[in-house]
Design a protein around this ligand. Structure first.
Ligand code: CAA
Length: 281
């Protein structure tokens, strides 16, 4: 598997593209927005420079890595990709539209992987003509740092697709956790309700954002508090995942906190909008 297409140049897509290129794969990134593509490549370059400054990468490796990354606003350029990884916004209709375009454009033997954080792989796959070559590859944020990828088989995913996908992930030095196709898979089923509970704790005036994060950081040895993590993930994504859990399990324990809903409505999406539970000037 040599040529990888990544759809969506947001934080997940650019992280995935960076890691693929660092591990020697040729990559093409698609986004509708030229500006987003420019931001994505500039962000990757900045990350690579930081690695050089920390002595983790040779300076002369930067140019070849960047040289393996192409950008496009037309999905037609994915024709010769061996695998396309979809990392567009966590909305069912947006994903469906992208996946159906990919299905039309990709060569028949190519694999489509969705980086969905919670939507059913079987449901997405069944809207394409290649459910046997469709799989969930769920990377964690920030992709270059995190050592895990969840792999989710849809009902129709073939063994060959599974082993090709697993090989790809392991070739990029990441561990694989295999999850059944169930709402939220493993990580988000456990993590996102914890974040939602932290938001309820703030909403009910139990403690300040700073104290909630301090308590969880030092009290449970997590690298960052749940509210800071929500800002990193994006509050819109956190809300979408809670909605998928709520719809999928029909259980009130997954009800999104009203403060989360309000913050998303107000455009306070976390780091990407400059304001979430904290400010990012
Ligand atoms: N891109 C690339 N590298 C990054 C980065 C980014 N966005 N952010 C941080 N890093 C790198 C830094 O360069 C640094 O690298 P070195 O170790 O080589 O020096 C390393 O990560 C640590 O960064 P910092 O020293 O700046 O800060 P930190 O020690 O506080 O770590 C963190 C930052 C890695 C984000 C850490 O706080 C952490 O692991 N947080 C938890 C992240 C997490 O839980 N992610 C999962 C979210 S859930 C998910 O992704 C699933 C979903 O579907 C929503």
């Amino acid at each position: 598997m040599q040529y990888i297409g990544v759809v969506g140049a947001g934080q997940m897509g650019s992280g995935i593209a960076q890691v693929c290129a660092q591990y020697g794969y040729k990559v093409i990134i698609h986004d509708m927005s030229e500006e987003q593509l420019k931001r994505c490549v500039a962000g990757i370059e900045k990350n690579l420079i930081r690695q050089v400054e920390k002595g983790k990468l040779e300076e002369n490796a930067i140019r070849p890595i960047l040289g393996r990354i192409g950008c496009t606003r037309s999905l037609k350029e994915f024709q010769s990709c061996d695998i396309a990884i979809e990392a567009v916004t966590e909305k069912f209709m947006a994903k469906l539209e992208t996946l159906q375009h990919l299905d039309d454009i990709l060569k028949p033997e190519a694999i489509i992987a969705s980086n969905t954080s919670s939507i059913s792989i079987t449901r997405l796959a069944s809207n394409t003509r290649r459910p046997e070559r469709f799989i969930g590859l769920h990377f964690m944020n920030p992709v270059p740092v995190m050592g895990l990828v969840e792999i989710i088989r849809g009902l129709g995913t073939s063994e060959e697709t599974f082993s090709r996908a697993r090989q790809l992930v392991e070739s990029m030095d990441k561990e694989v956790a295999i999850s059944a196709d169930y709402p939220g898979f493993i990580v988000n089923r456990i993590l996102i309700p914890m974040i939602n509970e932290a938001i309820c704790t703030l909403h009910e005036g139990v403690a300040t954002a700073e104290d909630i994060d301090l308590a969880m950081r030092l009290g449970t040895n997590q690298p960052m508090g749940p509210l800071a993590l929500a800002d990193l993930i994006g509050l819109d994504t956190v809300l979408s995942i809670m909605e998928v859990l709520f719809d999928g399990f029909k259980d009130s324990k997954y009800r999104p906190c009203p403060l989360l809903t309000q913050m998303v409505a107000a455009g306070r999406l976390g780091r990407k909008s400059g304001q979430g539970f904290y400010s990012y000037p």
